[in-house]
Design a protein around this ligand. Structure first.
Ligand code: HEM
Length: 480
């Protein structure tokens, strides 16, 4: 096993940089040669140390691996080897590979207890394609207008409670906003008792889940006070409320009422063979949309405010654009949020610098060649989102925060910019997330100046699968 590596040799006269590159390449080749299992080289630290570094210091750890081992390297964790890829060419090969070769569902298995076995995230092959086809229409860009008023109102109510001139840790209100957005627009739950109960049960469920998901031996019910016992009971409460909501929306549909929430669309949707979704499948997909769409947006938003607070020129420009579009209205028409080019560029650049998910996973169902390298069946291949976003060949001055690089311009390659993944598994919530984040950022900037908290060093910190700013992302707001 183990195919040939790409040769770095080039013809013509050698300049000093090429000589340095040549020495690096030779050193790198020597290190490669030492890899005994035929996979590309990687850190030789104990597996547990590699896993801990990847979990708790993902960005510096990945950056060191890239510098030392080149654009393809292996990470060895207990019972799992990952081969990471950072360049657009290899990432394209992964995203365009036949879907029966690259299984993503299998790589997401640890989410099973929360999203259920029917979840799009866990499916692979034809079952995944069939389900994805049904879930895509509610997320089409043209439908965003239908969710705009709800997102605007939720944001506006949250903003009204923001303290002025005092420390405000933005992560918590951003989580509250994005959770309420899912409850209203996806689940179709209106304010009231069920809304409050579902909100509380979901928060308990997701707060307790992170550690359990990472440590399978914790998944034993040792009574209502054990971590798994608490998790299972919270999940039962969420399920009971969800099934009640599904039944209510089904009755509304039968009465011919028109609702724009995604649950109502799923109830009306039909597979190609005319079958409707089962009750369990709907429950699982609702939990999938919650798991995939809540904490992700809730993490990009505080990062965006971190960059805006520390880049006053970018903040001033985004705020000017927001105020020109929204005017003085406390509840502007949702169409006002459609075209905010600079705010959008801020969101894109934020996700480039601080992707909330560091990498994507695909498990090979058969041996496959990527970048000229033969990779064996069963390996987890991973386009590294973070490193792809910092490849100097794709991004000039990769460490600078410069929203201007996205203004009126596409990324250098779709395989160099992948905050939403790619290929047949690309995030279905992309347009939804962009629209939501644009509304939240523009609404806040139109009303407040956002200042950083002096003396606090914001660093990336893992929260489950996402990587969030530390300290809850504290800022000080000043009214405009
Ligand atoms: C900033 C916000 C978000 C980010 C950064 C994000 C990122 C991602 C990423 C990296 C993937 C994996 C793609 C792959 O494996 O190639 C994914 C998949 C997915 N996302 Fe998102 N996401 C966001 C918001 C949302 C929202 C709002 C929803 C829905 C409400 C959503 C629903 C999904 C679903 C259902 C999948 C699975 C797609 C499949 O397996 O076919 N995401 N997302």
């Amino acid at each position: 096993m183990g195919g040939p590596f790409r040769d770095g040799a080039s013809g013509g006269t050698l300049g000093p940089m090429q000589v340095v590159d040549g020495i690096r390449e030779r050193a790198s080749r020597l290190r490669r040669a030492r890899s005994s299992d035929g996979l590309p080289p990687g850190p030789r630290l104990p597996e547990v140390v590699q896993l801990t570094s990847w979990l708790y210091r993902p960005f510096p750890f990945l950056t060191r691996c890239r510098a030392r081992y080149g654009p393809i390297f292996s990470l060895r964790f207990p019972r799992l080897t990952i081969v990471a890829f950072t360049r657009p060419d290899e990432i394209r090969e992964i995203f365009t590979a036949p879907t029966d070769v690259m299984y993503a569902g299998k790589a997401n298995e640890n989410l099973g207890p929360i999203v259920g076995t029917h979840s799009l995230l866990l499916l692979d092959g034809p079952k995944h394609l069939r389900e994805r086809k049904l879930l895509l229409p509610p997320f089409h860009g043209a439908r965003m207008q239908a969710y705009g008023a709800a997102i605007r109102d939720i944001t506006s109510d949250a903003i009204a409670r923001f303290p002025i001139g005092k420390r405000l840790e933005l992560h918590t209100p951003m989580q509250a906003i994005t959770l309420d957005v899912i409850l209203r627009t996806v689940f179709g739950v209106e304010e009231g008792e069920r809304f409050a109960a579902l909100r509380a049960a979901i928060m308990e469920l997701t707060n307790g889940f992170t550690a359990i998901a990472m440590v399978p031996w914790l998944q034993k019910d040792l009574g209502p006070r054990s971590p798994w016992g608490r998790f299972v009971r919270a999940r039962d409460r969420v399920d009971a409320l969800l099934y009640a909501q599904i039944a209510e929306r089904r009755r509304a549909l039968e009465r011919g009422e028109a609702h724009t929430d995604i649950l109502s669309m799923l109830l009306a949707a039909r597979y190609d063979d005319g079958a409707a979704m089962s009750e369990t499948a709907i429950r699982d997909e609702l939990m999938t949309l919650l798991a995939a769409g809540h904490e992700t947006s809730a993490t990009v938003l505080p990062w965006a405010f971190h960059f805006l607070a520390t880049h006053p020129e970018a903040q001033a420009r985004a705020a000017d654009e927001a105020r020109a579009a929204l005017g003085d209205a406390s509840r502007p028409d949702p169409s006002a949020f459609q075209k905010l080019d600079y705010v959008d560029a801020v969101v894109k650049e934020t996700m480039r610098r601080r992707p909330v998910i560091a990498g994507i996973g695909r498990i090979l169902t058969q041996p496959f060649t990527i970048g000229g390298l033969g990779v064996p069946k069963g390996t987890l291949v991973s386009p590294s989102i973070y490193l792809a976003h910092h490849e100097p060949e794709s991004w000039p001055e990769p460490r600078a925060f410069d929203p201007g690089r996205f203004l009126g311009a596409q990324p250098p390659s779709p395989y160099a910019y992948l905050p939403f993944g790619g290929g047949a598994r690309r995030c279905i919530g992309l347009a939804f997330a962009h629209y939501e984040m644009r509304i939240v950022i523009a609404s806040i900037l139109a009303r407040f100046r956002v200042h950083p908290m002096r003396g606090i060093d914001i660093t990336p910190e893992r929260r489950g699968v996402t990587i969030a700013p530390s300290h809850g992302m504290p800022v000080i707001l000043e009214r405009r």
